[in-house]
Design a protein. Structure first.
Length: 242
Protein backbone atom coordinates (compact mmCIF):
# COMPACT_ATOMS: atom_id res chain seq x y z
CA UNK A 1 0.00 0.00 0.00
CA UNK A 2 2.88 2.34 0.74
CA UNK A 3 4.26 1.65 -2.74
CA UNK A 4 0.90 2.45 -4.32
CA UNK A 5 0.58 5.68 -2.37
CA UNK A 6 4.15 6.69 -3.18
CA UNK A 7 3.31 6.13 -6.85
CA UNK A 8 0.39 8.56 -6.39
CA UNK A 9 -2.23 6.14 -7.68
CA UNK A 10 -5.48 7.88 -8.59
CA UNK A 11 -7.56 4.86 -7.54
CA UNK A 12 -6.66 1.72 -5.58
CA UNK A 13 -8.55 -1.46 -6.52
CA UNK A 14 -8.54 -4.26 -3.94
CA UNK A 15 -9.37 -7.97 -4.20
CA UNK A 16 -10.66 -9.55 -1.00
CA UNK A 17 -11.46 -8.29 2.48
CA UNK A 18 -7.89 -8.28 3.81
CA UNK A 19 -6.59 -6.11 0.98
CA UNK A 20 -9.49 -3.67 1.38
CA UNK A 21 -8.79 -3.38 5.11
CA UNK A 22 -5.11 -2.71 4.44
CA UNK A 23 -5.98 -0.01 1.91
CA UNK A 24 -8.45 1.66 4.25
CA UNK A 25 -5.87 1.68 7.04
CA UNK A 26 -3.28 3.22 4.72
CA UNK A 27 -5.21 6.20 3.35
CA UNK A 28 -8.30 8.27 4.00
CA UNK A 29 -7.97 10.33 0.83
CA UNK A 30 -7.07 8.12 -2.15
CA UNK A 31 -10.24 6.53 -3.61
CA UNK A 32 -10.51 2.78 -3.01
CA UNK A 33 -12.69 0.43 -5.06
CA UNK A 34 -13.36 -3.04 -3.66
CA UNK A 35 -13.45 -5.41 -6.63
CA UNK A 36 -15.00 -7.68 -4.04
CA UNK A 37 -15.04 -8.05 -0.26
CA UNK A 38 -16.79 -10.69 1.80
CA UNK A 39 -18.87 -8.50 4.12
CA UNK A 40 -17.90 -4.83 3.81
CA UNK A 41 -20.51 -3.64 6.33
CA UNK A 42 -19.86 -6.38 8.90
CA UNK A 43 -16.11 -5.81 8.68
CA UNK A 44 -16.67 -2.03 8.93
CA UNK A 45 -15.09 -1.19 5.62
CA UNK A 46 -18.13 0.96 4.85
CA UNK A 47 -20.91 2.43 6.97
CA UNK A 48 -23.51 0.89 4.67
CA UNK A 49 -23.70 -0.14 1.04
CA UNK A 50 -26.23 2.59 0.30
CA UNK A 51 -24.04 5.31 1.87
CA UNK A 52 -20.44 4.06 2.06
CA UNK A 53 -18.99 7.29 3.45
CA UNK A 54 -15.27 7.97 3.38
CA UNK A 55 -13.05 7.03 0.46
CA UNK A 56 -14.10 3.43 -0.22
CA UNK A 57 -16.89 1.77 -2.19
CA UNK A 58 -17.39 -1.19 -4.51
CA UNK A 59 -18.71 -4.73 -4.57
CA UNK A 60 -19.81 -7.05 -1.78
CA UNK A 61 -19.65 -10.82 -2.25
CA UNK A 62 -22.56 -11.14 0.22
CA UNK A 63 -20.85 -14.02 2.01
CA UNK A 64 -22.96 -13.56 5.14
CA UNK A 65 -26.25 -13.73 3.28
CA UNK A 66 -25.13 -16.88 1.45
CA UNK A 67 -24.15 -18.81 4.58
CA UNK A 68 -27.62 -20.22 5.17
CA UNK A 69 -28.10 -21.17 1.53
CA UNK A 70 -24.71 -22.89 1.49
CA UNK A 71 -25.64 -24.97 4.52
CA UNK A 72 -28.98 -25.88 2.95
CA UNK A 73 -27.17 -27.20 -0.12
CA UNK A 74 -24.75 -29.19 2.03
CA UNK A 75 -27.58 -30.71 4.07
CA UNK A 76 -29.26 -31.71 0.82
CA UNK A 77 -26.07 -33.51 -0.23
CA UNK A 78 -25.53 -35.05 3.23
CA UNK A 79 -28.94 -35.56 4.91
CA UNK A 80 -27.32 -37.08 8.02
CA UNK A 81 -25.09 -34.05 8.60
CA UNK A 82 -24.93 -33.10 12.30
CA UNK A 83 -21.40 -31.70 12.84
CA UNK A 84 -19.86 -28.78 10.97
CA UNK A 85 -16.62 -26.87 11.53
CA UNK A 86 -15.88 -23.41 10.12
CA UNK A 87 -12.22 -22.69 9.36
CA UNK A 88 -10.77 -19.27 8.60
CA UNK A 89 -11.54 -15.76 9.75
CA UNK A 90 -14.08 -16.66 12.44
CA UNK A 91 -13.99 -13.06 13.65
CA UNK A 92 -16.36 -12.21 10.79
CA UNK A 93 -19.25 -12.02 13.22
CA UNK A 94 -22.12 -11.60 10.79
CA UNK A 95 -21.03 -14.51 8.60
CA UNK A 96 -20.54 -16.79 11.58
CA UNK A 97 -23.88 -15.81 13.11
CA UNK A 98 -25.72 -16.51 9.85
CA UNK A 99 -24.10 -19.95 9.63
CA UNK A 100 -24.98 -20.73 13.24
CA UNK A 101 -28.56 -19.53 12.78
CA UNK A 102 -29.06 -21.78 9.76
CA UNK A 103 -27.35 -24.66 11.57
CA UNK A 104 -29.76 -24.45 14.51
CA UNK A 105 -32.72 -24.81 12.16
CA UNK A 106 -31.13 -27.90 10.60
CA UNK A 107 -29.99 -29.38 13.95
CA UNK A 108 -26.32 -29.08 13.02
CA UNK A 109 -23.65 -28.18 15.59
CA UNK A 110 -20.96 -25.67 14.54
CA UNK A 111 -17.37 -25.46 15.81
CA UNK A 112 -15.11 -22.51 14.98
CA UNK A 113 -11.39 -22.74 14.23
CA UNK A 114 -9.39 -19.61 13.45
CA UNK A 115 -6.87 -19.57 10.61
CA UNK A 116 -5.66 -16.10 9.69
CA UNK A 117 -1.88 -16.48 10.01
CA UNK A 118 0.35 -18.89 8.08
CA UNK A 119 2.29 -19.91 11.18
CA UNK A 120 -0.94 -21.15 12.75
CA UNK A 121 -1.79 -23.53 9.91
CA UNK A 122 -0.75 -26.86 11.46
CA UNK A 123 -2.29 -25.92 14.81
CA UNK A 124 -5.56 -25.02 13.11
CA UNK A 125 -5.78 -28.35 11.29
CA UNK A 126 -5.10 -30.10 14.59
CA UNK A 127 -8.03 -28.24 16.13
CA UNK A 128 -10.24 -29.18 13.19
CA UNK A 129 -9.37 -32.86 13.72
CA UNK A 130 -10.37 -32.60 17.38
CA UNK A 131 -13.82 -31.29 16.43
CA UNK A 132 -14.39 -34.46 14.34
CA UNK A 133 -16.46 -32.67 11.69
CA UNK A 134 -18.48 -34.31 8.96
CA UNK A 135 -18.10 -31.15 6.91
CA UNK A 136 -15.74 -28.20 6.81
CA UNK A 137 -16.76 -24.67 5.80
CA UNK A 138 -14.02 -22.32 4.66
CA UNK A 139 -14.29 -18.64 5.63
CA UNK A 140 -11.82 -17.25 3.14
CA UNK A 141 -8.63 -15.51 4.16
CA UNK A 142 -5.36 -14.98 2.32
CA UNK A 143 -4.03 -17.97 4.30
CA UNK A 144 -6.84 -20.39 3.41
CA UNK A 145 -6.44 -19.52 -0.26
CA UNK A 146 -2.65 -19.86 -0.15
CA UNK A 147 -2.95 -23.24 1.59
CA UNK A 148 -5.94 -24.48 -0.40
CA UNK A 149 -4.21 -27.61 -1.80
CA UNK A 150 -3.18 -28.72 1.70
CA UNK A 151 -6.65 -28.05 3.14
CA UNK A 152 -8.25 -30.07 0.33
CA UNK A 153 -5.76 -32.89 0.91
CA UNK A 154 -6.50 -32.83 4.65
CA UNK A 155 -10.25 -33.04 4.02
CA UNK A 156 -9.93 -35.96 1.60
CA UNK A 157 -7.60 -37.92 3.86
CA UNK A 158 -9.95 -37.43 6.80
CA UNK A 159 -13.11 -38.06 4.73
CA UNK A 160 -14.50 -34.63 5.51
CA UNK A 161 -16.83 -32.89 3.05
CA UNK A 162 -15.15 -29.58 2.26
CA UNK A 163 -17.26 -26.64 1.14
CA UNK A 164 -15.72 -23.46 -0.25
CA UNK A 165 -17.22 -20.01 0.05
CA UNK A 166 -15.53 -18.81 -3.13
CA UNK A 167 -15.31 -20.24 -6.63
CA UNK A 168 -12.34 -22.48 -7.34
CA UNK A 169 -12.60 -24.71 -4.27
CA UNK A 170 -14.58 -27.49 -5.98
CA UNK A 171 -12.19 -27.45 -8.93
CA UNK A 172 -9.32 -27.81 -6.44
CA UNK A 173 -10.94 -30.92 -4.94
CA UNK A 174 -13.56 -29.72 -2.43
CA UNK A 175 -16.98 -31.36 -2.53
CA UNK A 176 -18.62 -28.12 -3.59
CA UNK A 177 -18.46 -24.36 -3.52
CA UNK A 178 -21.27 -21.84 -3.63
CA UNK A 179 -20.65 -18.14 -3.92
CA UNK A 180 -21.44 -14.98 -5.75
CA UNK A 181 -19.43 -14.58 -8.91
CA UNK A 182 -16.06 -12.92 -8.27
CA UNK A 183 -15.63 -12.51 -12.04
CA UNK A 184 -18.89 -10.61 -12.36
CA UNK A 185 -18.04 -8.48 -9.31
CA UNK A 186 -14.68 -7.57 -10.83
CA UNK A 187 -16.34 -6.43 -14.04
CA UNK A 188 -18.72 -4.25 -12.01
CA UNK A 189 -15.77 -2.78 -10.10
CA UNK A 190 -14.45 -1.40 -13.38
CA UNK A 191 -17.60 0.74 -13.60
CA UNK A 192 -16.78 2.27 -10.19
CA UNK A 193 -13.23 3.02 -11.33
CA UNK A 194 -14.52 4.70 -14.49
CA UNK A 195 -16.89 6.94 -12.51
CA UNK A 196 -14.19 7.93 -10.01
CA UNK A 197 -11.69 8.80 -12.76
CA UNK A 198 -14.42 11.01 -14.24
CA UNK A 199 -14.76 12.92 -10.96
CA UNK A 200 -17.21 11.01 -8.77
CA UNK A 201 -16.49 10.60 -5.05
CA UNK A 202 -16.51 7.10 -3.49
CA UNK A 203 -18.74 8.36 -0.67
CA UNK A 204 -21.40 9.24 -3.27
CA UNK A 205 -21.29 5.87 -5.08
CA UNK A 206 -23.49 3.25 -3.37
CA UNK A 207 -21.88 -0.15 -3.06
CA UNK A 208 -23.49 -3.06 -4.84
CA UNK A 209 -24.66 -6.54 -3.94
CA UNK A 210 -23.97 -9.41 -6.34
CA UNK A 211 -26.63 -10.56 -8.78
CA UNK A 212 -24.92 -13.68 -10.14
CA UNK A 213 -24.32 -16.79 -8.02
CA UNK A 214 -22.46 -19.99 -8.86
CA UNK A 215 -22.66 -23.56 -7.56
CA UNK A 216 -19.94 -26.07 -8.42
CA UNK A 217 -20.02 -29.75 -7.42
CA UNK A 218 -17.11 -32.19 -7.65
CA UNK A 219 -18.48 -35.69 -8.34
CA UNK A 220 -15.02 -37.25 -8.20
CA UNK A 221 -14.67 -36.01 -4.62
CA UNK A 222 -18.21 -37.12 -3.78
CA UNK A 223 -17.35 -40.64 -4.96
CA UNK A 224 -14.15 -40.66 -2.89
CA UNK A 225 -16.20 -39.68 0.17
CA UNK A 226 -18.85 -42.32 -0.51
CA UNK A 227 -21.54 -39.72 -1.20
CA UNK A 228 -24.27 -39.79 -3.80
CA UNK A 229 -25.14 -36.23 -4.73
CA UNK A 230 -28.89 -36.03 -5.42
CA UNK A 231 -30.01 -35.15 -8.93
CA UNK A 232 -32.07 -32.28 -7.49
CA UNK A 233 -28.78 -30.62 -6.50
CA UNK A 234 -26.90 -31.44 -9.69
CA UNK A 235 -29.51 -29.85 -11.94
CA UNK A 236 -28.92 -26.53 -10.16
CA UNK A 237 -25.13 -26.68 -10.46
CA UNK A 238 -23.40 -24.23 -12.78
CA UNK A 239 -20.39 -26.55 -12.97
CA UNK A 240 -20.12 -30.29 -12.41
CA UNK A 241 -16.59 -31.64 -12.11
CA UNK A 242 -16.34 -35.28 -13.19
Amino acid sequence: MRELLDAQAEVIVTFGTTAAQAAKAATTTTPIVMAFAGDPVGTRLVSSLAKPGGNITGMSLATSELSGKRLDLLKEAIPKLTRLTSLGDVARQVEVEETERAARVLSVSVALVELTRAEGFDRALGEVSRTRPQALFIINTAVTLAYRPRIVDFALKNRVSLVGTQSGWAKAGALMDYSSSATDATRRAAVFVDKILKGAKPADLPGEQPTKFELAVNLKTAKALGLTVPQSLLVRADEIIQ
